[in-house]
Design a protein around this ligand. Structure first.
Ligand SMILES: N[C@@H]1[C@@H](O)[C@H](O)[C@@H](COP(=O)(O)O)O[C@@H]1O
Length: 238
């Protein structure tokens, strides 16, 4: 695990953008994350992406809420459209997320997993939850998990309720890439900013891989870079 230290959120976003741009010519499929953390990174990437031919590029997102149709303003599909896809000239058909309203959700998980393996992810961007979750792989997750349906912890629903009108509107379940799905990508870049992420970052770096901190399983991957700002790394540096 390589650690790149950034001063603050803005610096983290800029460093992450430069890191990705240095490798851009080798990225055909990129794994994307939602949440507040990668927003600044996407803003940094947009001016560059606007000048690229993205016809053959594909994106795969980590997760989607169960029960929210792609048109729902809180669906991760809409979030990604707003943050990135509408700003650049990528065919929407090349931007992939699980379908949270599929009639057969188990089949949908299989379809999405197969699609990811077919495309092959060159670089996966990750954020991290305060409880160490990646994607929506909550504590207790199986390290061999593939794309699956998860019940969200109350902590995660609370953390994500800021995007919804009221807490009760936050879905109880989601479809997420599993730990194995994430580990199958060629390279992983995890971003974290803010003191509320400091414990999760400490656990990820210092604990043996174990399900209490799902991000600790990233130690099983040979090419992981974490870009953390001063506040998120405060427990690492003392
Ligand atoms: N499923 C997403 C994760 O992919 C994200 O990393 C996490 C942290 O979000 P934020 O970046 O807003 O702190 O929240 C959500 O639960």
């Amino acid at each position: 695990m390589r650690i790149i230290h950034a001063t603050d959120y803005d610096d983290m976003s800029k460093r992450a953008a430069s890191y990705i741009l240095e490798r851009f010519k080798d990225i055909h499929t990129i794994g994307l994350a939602t949440g507040g953390t990668p927003k600044g990174l996407y803003e940094q990437l947009i001016p560059f992406l606007q000048k690229q031919d993205l016809t053959n590029m594909h994106t795969v997102n980590l997760d989607e809420y169960v029960g929210l149709a792609p048109e729902h303003p809180n669906s991760y599909r809409q979030v990604m459209n707003k943050l990135l896809f509408n700003e650049v000239d990528i065919p929407l058909a090349n931007t992939h997320l699980p379908n949270g309203v599929a009639s057969d959700l188990e089949e949908e998980c299989k379809r999405y997993e197969a699609l990811i393996h077919f495309l092959g992810v060159d670089l996966q961007i990750l954020g991290i939850g305060e409880n160490g979750h990646i994607g929506f792989n909550e504590p207790g997750v199986d390290k061999n998990s593939k794309t699956h349906i998860v019940k969200l912890t109350e902590e995660t629903r609370e953390a994500n309720s800021r995007y919804f009108k009221q807490r009760e509107d936050v879905p109880t379940h989601a479809i997420t890439m599993g730990i194995q799905t994430i580990l199958a990508s060629k390279e992983i870049v995890l971003l974290a900013s803010g003191e509320h992420k400091a414990q999760a970052i400490y656990d990820m770096v210092h604990l043996e891989p174990n399900p209490t901190c799902p991000a600790s399983f990233l130690k099983h991957h040979k090419n992981v870079t974490i870009i953390v700002d001063t506040k998120a790394s405060v427990k690492l540096t003392g």
